[in-house]
Design a protein around this ligand. Sequence first.
Ligand code: NAD
Length: 261
Amino acid sequence: MRTIVVTGSASGMGAATRARLVAAGERVIGVDIRDADIVADLGTAEGRALAIASVGELSGGVIDGLVTWAGLPGLTDRPGGLLVSVNYFGTISMLEGLRPMLAKGDRPAAVAISSNSTTCQPGVPMDVVERCLAGDEDSACAAADIASSLATYPATKTAIAWWVRRHAPTGEWAGKGITLNAVAPGAVETPLLQASRQDPVIGALVDAFPVPVGRKASADELAAFVQFLLGPDARFFCGSVVFVDGGTDAQLRADAYPLPM
Ligand code: NAD
């Protein structure tokens, strides 16, 4: 039995991942702002420290997997800075804080959550991306509050994808035997998508967005892919950002990836 930490375990794809892993006989330590083994607000420094210390106590300091589903959508009445703190710094703090425990694990693997909004939503505020990657939370929050949370959402998810690509091949990750990858989902039927659908500004766009396979994904479809990335057959994945989006990115930008060197 491996021990896997799942953030955002109370809802949507985090809950689906938790259910799949438990059904497969894994031990799951769920972290969420509500209804979890560890209740912590990953949008704050105190909450992140509490989460990391509590995982250490519950696991004995050794974990085998981590997936960081916890996140918020951009909404018209939500400040951009909140997304910077929860989506980006909440994710990176868990990756960095739990890395030493992963390094002691059995075939350890970490999966961070990006989004196909990174490439499919125009107008990403690049100053937010740069300030996130510089590790300057106050400055990134200030830029995001100006940009709005609707624009900031793909900025946080771009910064996560680039952080993963920068760190996965390094001595601290691949060098310690930890696979680190990102998944970029498209539209998945969860409470988060429903909240976006009800937004007065972007609500109408949610179902207008093209999905070539002709439907939204279920939370369990994404959980299945994350389970694979955490498992023994995915040991050659390192620094990949995998789009699981029903073909949206391929349809909108067929030749944009891969880019020749
Ligand atoms: P969801 O709203 O069902 O679940 C998100 C979970 O994160 C919730 O349980 C929530 O309580 C938790 N959370 C929120 N703020 C938190 C905080 N401050 N501290 C700790 N936990 C917190 O959403 P979902 O659709 O399952 O999304 C999961 C992830 O997938 C998110 O990062 C989201 O950005 C990403 N994503 C979703 C979609 C989609 O279409 N649903 C598409 C691309 C990416």
